[in-house]
Design a protein around this ligand. Sequence first.
Ligand code: GRF
Length: 223
Amino acid sequence: MMAPSGVSMKSIVILISGRGSNMEAIVRAGAPGARVAAVISNRADAAGLAFAAKAGVSTDVVAHTDYAGRACFDAALQAAIDAHDPDLVVLAGFMRVLGADFVRHYEGRLLNIHPSLLPAFPGLHTHRRALAAGVRVHGATVHFVTPELDGGPVVIQAAVPVLPGDSEDSLAARVLAEEHRIYPQAVRWFVEERLTIVGGACVEVAGVRPACFALHLPPLDTE
Ligand code: GRF
């Protein structure tokens, strides 16, 4: 994809651990003025690597099992990422907790997607926990990464209803469809330099109608 003349292409590196459907959504959507320079996985068997290679994106594996501890792994991962001189690093189903030094190195240019409406349900098994909690609304959040797990400034969220009879799988599928919509959008906003972190906590999105930050749920109704 070409950048406007005189402007250099932004470089995006995406980290995955498995299926890679969010990475796929971002690669397919594209972002004018940017290119996905590399997809890096911590698992050699990550299914998403095949899609990336087929799409002509450079792939790499930095296996956490090859390193004695988190600091060594983080350093190796950072070296692999920085080889692509990234403007933006995107965690897309990357299932390793990253250390504070790593996170600080990419401060303001590291995004993550989490399958819940943060700050509800940080951590694992979000769909199971949402069902157990009996919430009516669930969803997904794209946020800047800070050293606090799933705690950084929110860029965009999408909400979905929790329906009677939902299983963990049916709820996960409804949320995932929204993830595929909001993550490419967040990446595009970043590339367009519309995102500003204000006061370390909130993200301002320049030139976007507030209604674009969330999915509208169906109107209230009675049967
Ligand atoms: C997504 O639900 C993401 O929010 C979570 O793990 C899942 C990864 O899916 N962190 P994929 O690898 O992007 O298909």
